[in-house]
Design a protein around this ligand. Structure first.
Ligand code: UD1
Length: 421
């Protein structure tokens, strides 16, 4: 098992190019199952999760051609099975993104229960609520869910989501494209990745309006065709490198980052005294100067992203004064606190709130990447800690960050990946 070694690196500086978004590309690839024609997806990041998704598409019968770097061509001329592979679903929760397309196209799905990051229970009840509203029968067994559309196929309806779940919005959106009549998703998630998915689906011939608002309207169509689409840049990767500049008091130009997608991160960094400037092709972050503490609360988009909570917390440990962080999206997303405390952060938690005393001189330690973003937080902390920080379980990091170590090295970080043995 590989691990990352990171040493105190001084201020990072230079330019980093942001890759295509993990959370956008996974549903985009799943959507290619909706048509028998070829879809071409560009700016696809090289990630472990993308490999799982490509394998999953092949298992369902799609031809997947990834011979050109950053491009994936998918042609699902025939669906050979509607049963998900339990190992792939266990490896990646986003495998459940196949439910909507397969239900709409084949009228039946057998989906093993998902795994993914260990950040709470992460049920799929809202996905199932949506499919039921579209007329599907849902049978929940111990280790799988069976969905059946019935002889008439899916039928559009109004669906209210009790929480604006990203995955549920995407799954229902995909299913509704081929349903008869009109579907309205109320209290829909508004993340940029939802808009990206709707843009691909509309290029495929879907009739989706108002994606990116909390009420999405979908007129069902008979069939969808192939399309060409470029994935949006990863706003969470952009946020991670903005924080790399801030925590090391460095200067980094985050190229290709879309400022409108990272507004809450920009706002919170500015509150702390970090200089953030929007440039013609990205975001420039300068962490020099006196910095102050802040309080933040995670929320669905356009609120502060839960995926940047742990990297931001790593930064707050280094800023003078007490900060608080409240996690409202996931019920168990403070596992990185134990790891940051191993490095001397002295953070306390009560329920969903963490108190960060701040002003700490962190020291290197052996820490775990307890989830994907927590892994990034550990590396950020390691950049400013004395001595060496050893981050284990880095397969989490490789699930969602392209060329993670290489990009940090190019900014001057003293970091390397080694085999644990
Ligand atoms: C997506 C992102 C993930 C991000 C999260 C929140 C992908 C591949 N992953 O995950 O990186 O952290 O959005 O921004 O895009 N919930 C239910 N019932 C459901 C579905 C969700 O209760 O049926 C709850 C979850 O347990 C969680 C909250 O809703 O507490 C948010 O989950 P959701 O928005 O669905 O996140 P994901 O789509 O899993």
């Amino acid at each position: 098992m590989a691990k990352i070694l990171v040493n105190n690196s001084g201020p990072l500086s230079g330019e980093v190019e942001i890759s295509g978004a993990k959370n956008a590309v996974l549903p985009l690839l799943a959507a290619t199952l909706l048509t028998e024609e070829e879809c071409i997806i560009e700016s696809v990041p090289a990630l472990a999760d993308v490999n799982v998704m490509k394998k999953m598409l092949s298992n369902y019968g799609a031809e997947v051609d990834d011979s050109i770097p950053k491009t994936v061509k998918v042609k699902a001329a025939q669906i050979v099975t509607v049963e998900g592979d339990p190992d792939l679903v266990q490896e990646m929760r986003a495998s459940t993104m196949a439910m909507g397309p397969l239900l709409a196209r084949c009228g039946r799905v057998v989906m093993p229960m998902p795994g993914g990051c260990t950040i709470g229970k992460r049920p799929i009840d809202l996905h199932l609520k949506g499919f039921k509203a579209l007329g599907a029968t849902v049978i929940e067994e111990d280790d799988k869910v069976i969905l059946e559309a019935g002889p008439e196929g899916l039928k559009g309806d109004a669906i209210y989501l009790d929480f604006p779940s990203v995955g549920a919005t995407e799954n229902i959106l995909m299913a509704a494209t081929l349903a008869k009549g009109t579907t309205i998703i109320e209290n829909a998630a508004k993340e940029p990745e939802i808009i990206d998915l709707a843009n691909l689906l509309n290029k495929m011939g879907a009739k989706i309006k108002s994606a990116g608002t909390d009420m999405i309207r979908i007129e069902g169509v008979e069939r969808l065709s192939g399309a060409f689409h470029e994935v949006i840049p990863d706003r969470i990767e952009a946020g991670t490198f903005m924080l790399a500049a801030a925590i090391t008091r460095g200067q980094v130009h985050v190229k290709n980052g879309i400022p409108g997608h990272v507004r809450p991160i920009i706002a919170k960094l500015k509150e702390c005294g970090v200089t953030v400037e929007v440039t013609s092709d990205g975001i420039y972050v300068d962490g020099r100067g006196d910095l102050v503490a802040t309080d933040l609360k995670t929320l669905p988009y356009p609120g502060f992203p839960t995926d940047i909570q742990s990297p931001f917390m790593a930064f707050l440990t280094t800023v003078e004064g007490k900060s608080t962080v409240r996690e409202t999206v996931f019920e168990n997303r403070f596992m990185h606190v134990v790891e940051l405390n191993r490095m001397g952060a002295d953070i306390t938690t009560e329920n969903r709130e963490a108190v960060i005393p701040g002003g700490k001189k962190l020291h290197g330690a052996k820490v775990r990447a307890t989830d994907l973003r927590a892994g990034a937080a550990m590396v950020l902390a390691g950049l400013v800690a004395t001595g060496t920080t050893e981050v284990s379980e880095i397969y989490h990091i490789e699930r969602g960050y392209e060329n993670f170590v290489g990009k940090f090295k190019a900014l001057g970080a003293d970091i390397m990946k080694v085999d644990e043995d």
